[in-house]
Design a protein around this ligand. Structure first.
Ligand SMILES: [Zn+2]
Length: 158
């Protein structure tokens, strides 16, 4: 154990997935996302809150006893919490590391807020948003071309 300001008490895992650098308070949200995917219902999950982080001050952390996360789950996480790191652990070491970025295109996951948008009138049309500004987290509806902050867009209930 190191002395000084940054003592970490995070037991290592032999293999699995670690979602790291989660801004503190968002660990629960990411856990909810993961639990909403049926294939993750039986997976052993450890949620750690308020770890010290040199990068963020404090952070949350999630460990999952799975081999990998599906692209669908990674995209779902990227919508709520871009910037987190997904690490694949093999033999107690980080095997692969991926920093989650905002998706360029989000299909059929978000509902357009424009009441006149065709996607709110024609049910068979899939919604589609394109990333406008990653820093600001803004997305543009490809149909009505209005720009929304991600926080304004409600998830589509499928
Ligand atoms: Zn629209």
């Amino acid at each position: 154990m190191k002395t000084g300001g940054h003592i970490l008490h995070i037991p290592k895992i032999e293999k699995g997935i670690v979602i790291d650098h989660i801004p503190t308070g968002h660990g629960i949200h990411i856990l909810e996302i993961i639990r909403s995917h049926p294939e993750m219902k039986e997976v052993v999950v450890t949620l750690g809150l308020n770890y010290r982080s040199t990068k963020l001050g404090k952070k949350d952390l999630i460990k999952l006893e799975v081999q990998e996360l599906t692209p669908r789950i990674v995209q779902h996480i990227s919508l709520i919490c871009p910037g987190v790191t997904i690490k694949k652990i093999t033999d107690y070491e980080v095997d692969e590391r991926l920093t989650v970025r905002s998706p360029q295109v989000v299909k059929n996951r978000l509902q357009c807020r424009n009441p006149n948008c065709i996607t709110n009138h024609e049910r068979h049309i899939e919604t589609c948003f394109r990333l406008v500004d990653e820093q600001k987290q803004t997305f543009k509806c490809i149909y009505c071309e209005r720009v929304f902050h991600l926080g304004e867009l409600r998830p589509l209930i499928s």
